[in-house]
Design a protein around this ligand. Structure first.
Ligand SMILES: [Zn+2]
Length: 261
């Protein structure tokens, strides 16, 4: 491994849904208008490591929740030459249904998770529909089973998983949410996942509608804003702008796989 490992970073869009601005801000929005939501998984790859970041949801879950499933996120890894069977490391930013489905399609991976997220997803508050509806219980049971097999690596704070690739907790939207920061040829790329759903959350500091703690969520937005001001390239978790602001990984992958590094 070189001392200055550089990562290629990809966003793969696997689903979408129509939504309105009022869906995405607490208190609604005075100029309600369409604000569709895209769903992604991400890959950070260096000469010596491949990290898959989140695993998306399945077609049956998409149908049940009325999301438009465009492609299997795990099958789509093959578009950039990643074989899911060979993947050794999956970073779970959190355990919401749109980030942790398909975990069973990585038979040889270790899953990297903040311990607080497992405690949250198996804890007292999931009895409330407002909290529990963000999880698929079968996914959570699946992660518990993986833990019994020694395949979940838990963290309580930041960690450098490989040279130039960090995870950092940033709760608010979920109790054990984390983001990924990796060194690339154009500087640090921050895969924010749901620390910010849209660029507009960071710029406006208006909170998203699914959350555990509004102050922590706003702290997360401000932290991302500070990183952007320093020159980091911050990529929010659900913004269709991601595909517009970044080039496709190959011309034939326009609108499907964006290159973030
Ligand atoms: Zn999400």
């Amino acid at each position: 491994m070189s001392a200055q490992e550089l990562y290629e970073v990809y966003a793969i869009k696997y689903a979408t849904r129509d939504a309105r601005r009022a869906d995405h801000f607490i208190g609604g929005d005075p100029h309600d208008a369409p604000m569709p939501m895209d769903y992604f998984v991400w890959v950070a790859r260096s000469p010596s490591h491949t990290f898959v970041i989140d695993t998306g949801f399945t077609k049956p879950v998409a149908d049940a929740r009325k999301r438009v499933h465009l492609r299997c996120p795990v099958e789509s890894l093959k578009l950039i030459g990643v074989d899911p069977v060979a993947v050794k490391d999956v970073i779970q930013t959190h355990l919401h249904y749109d980030h942790v489905g398909n975990f069973d399609k990585f038979p040889n991976a270790t899953f990297h998770l903040q311990e607080k997220e497992m405690q949250y997803a198996t804890g007292r508050y999931v009895r409330y529909e407002k909290i529990g509806h963000s999880f698929e219980v079968d996914d959570i049971v699946g992660m518990v089973r993986l833990n019994y097999k020694g395949r979940v690596e838990f963290y309580d704070g930041s960690a450098e998983l490989a040279d130039g690739l960090w995870i950092h907790p940033a709760p608010g939207h979920s109790a054990g949410l984390q983001f990924v920061r990796c060194r690339t040829r154009r500087g640090w790329v921050v895969v924010a996942s749901d620390v910010a759903h849209y660029y507009e959350h960071i710029s406006s500091l208006r909170p998203f509608t699914t959350l555990v703690h509004v102050g922590e969520m706003l702290d997360g937005y401000r932290r991302l804003g500070k990183m952007m001001a320093k020159g980091d390239h911050v990529v929010p978790g659900h913004d269709p702008e991601v595909m517009k602001r970044h080039p496709p990984a190959r011309p034939d992958l326009e609108g499907i796989v964006a290159r973030l590094d």
